[in-house]
Design a binder for this molecule. Sequence first.
Ligand code: NAD
Length: 454
Amino acid sequence: MKITVIGAGYVGLVSAACFSDFGYEVTCVDRDPRKLAALESGKIPIYEQGLEPIVAANRAAGRLTFTDNLKDAVAQADVVLIAVGTPTREGEGGADLSYVFAAGEEIARAMKGFTVIITKSTVPVGTAAKLREVIAKARPDGDFEVASNPEFMREGSAVEDFLRPDRVVVGVNSERAEKVLRQLYRPLTTRNVPLLVTSCEAAEVIKYAANTFLATRIAFVNELADLCETVGADIEDVARGMGLDKRIGLQFLSPGPGFGGSCFPKDTRALAHTARQHGRPFSLVERVIAANEARKLALADRVEQAVDGTLSGKRIAILGIAFKAETDDIRDAAALTLIPELQKRGASVAAFDPVAMDNARQALTAVQWCADAYSAAIGADAAVILTEWNVFRGLDLQRLARDMRQPVLVDFRNLFSIADAANSGMTYHSIGRTSVIPAGSQTADVIPFKSEAV
Ligand code: NAD
C-alpha cells in the first residue's frame, strides 16, 4: 500500500513517519520550503520526542520521502491522507476548511486509479460529504472514496499515541473504503488496538466531542479552583478526591491558566459554531469557551495584584511560553495573552522556555529572552510559571529568589507544594490554594481570579 500524506505538520509528519515505520511506502507533501529543507537535511522542524530517530531510520530505508510535488505524490498513491491545518475562521468561530478543500482539488486533478482520500485533519461534520462533491466535480471520471479518520494524538507524546492509541476511529460510507482503512491499520489492530468503524459523520463528531469534553473538564476544574481559593479548600486535594473515583478519573483535572494550544480553543469554537449553524446551540460549550477566555484575560490581574497592585515599572519573569510541556507549540498559549497585557500595563518582561523560544520570538515583541529560569528572574518583581515543564519542578526557589527585586512566585501550574513554597521564604501564589505569605509581607493572602458574569 502506497501512502501520501498532505501536510508535514504535527499530525502529518508523525503519521507519515509512523506509517513508514509499519513498512508502508510513504510520501509526505508540504508546500512550506523551510520545512522541506529542514526535513531534507535530516532536521525535524517541530519539537516532538521520539520522532527524529523514526524519521531518520525510515528515510534511510527509503520508505519515507518528503516533497513539494503533490501531483506526482498523489498519482502513485493508493491512500491519500489530508493532514493540513483547520484553524478558526475569522468571524463566528467556525473551522477554516480552505486548506482542506484546496488540497482536495489538487488531489482530484492528480489521482490515478482507485484512490482513498482520508481526512485526518479535524473537520466539522459534513466535510467528508462536501469533499466528495468537490473531488467529483473536479474529476467526474475519478475512481475514489472519501473517509474520515480523526487523529487523537497529543503533542508531546504523539509518536507513542500514534503507535499505541486507545482506539482508531474510521468513518466510511462504503465497504470498499472500509476494507482499505482496515488494511491500513492492520499493524495496530493485530496488536489489539480497537478499531471503531462508523459513518463519516459520526467520526467527524467524535473528534470534536472528545476534545470539547476534555476542555470542559479543564474549565470545570479551573472554576472549581477559584471556589476553593475563596472557601479555603485545597484544589489539589479536591481534584484527587474526585479523580480517584473510577467514574471520573484523574486526567484533565489539573487547574491552570486556561486551556490553549492548537486544538482545544479552535475545536470548542468550531463545535459551538456547528451547533449554532444547525439550530441546536450548545450552551454548555459556549460557557466553557467564555470561561476559558475570561480566565486568560484575568491572568494579568492576578500578576498585578501579586506585585502590589500596579505593573507600571515592574519587571516580570515568565517561565514557560509553550501552551503545555513537551512541545514547542505556542498556538493560543496563555503567554500570548498574558505577556502583551503585562507590557500594556507598563511592565517589562523577561522570559525563558526550554524549547518554544524560537516560535515565541516571532509572536512576541520587546521580551528579553533568557538562557534559563534563574537568569530570567534576575531583578524581577515576580516570577510567573505558565508551563508545567519538568525543568521548573526542580527549581531551587531560594536560588530563584536570591537575585529577584521581590521574592514573589506566581505559579499558574501548582508545581510546588505549599510546604516547599513555605520553606523557600518566597511569597507564593498558586491556583485553588491558600497563598504563602512570609511574615511581615503586605501582600493579600488570596488573589481571586475575576470570574466572568454568567
Ligand atoms: P500544522 O499547522 O502543524 O501543519 C499543517 C501543514 O500542512 C503545514 O506544514 C502546511 O504547510 C501544510 N499544508 C497546508 N496546505 C497544504 C497543501 N495544500 N499542500 C501541502 N501542504 C500543505 O497543523 P497540525 O497541528 O499538524 O494540525 C493538522 C490538523 O490535525 C488540524 O486539523 C488539527 O486540528 C488536527 N489535529 C492536530 C493535533 C495536534 O496535536 N497538533 C492533534 C489531533 C488533530
